[in-house]
Design a protein. Structure first.
Length: 46
């Protein structure tokens, strides 16, 4: 196995992993901000 082949394979693997982690982080971020907005609105209501 040549170095360039393994390098390109690693690059092909790295892109979906970065994309998946980014979308997961985005989902968690949206949940946290939504929960924060609800908590702030609840405190202001009380």
């Amino acid at each position: 196995m040549s170095a360039t082949k393994s390098l390109s394979l690693g690059w092909q693997l790295r892109v979906p992993v970065q994309y998946m982690s980014h979308s997961l982080f985005h989902c968690i971020f949206l949940r946290v901000t939504k929960r924060l907005q609800v908590a702030i609105a609840f405190q202001q209501h009380v």
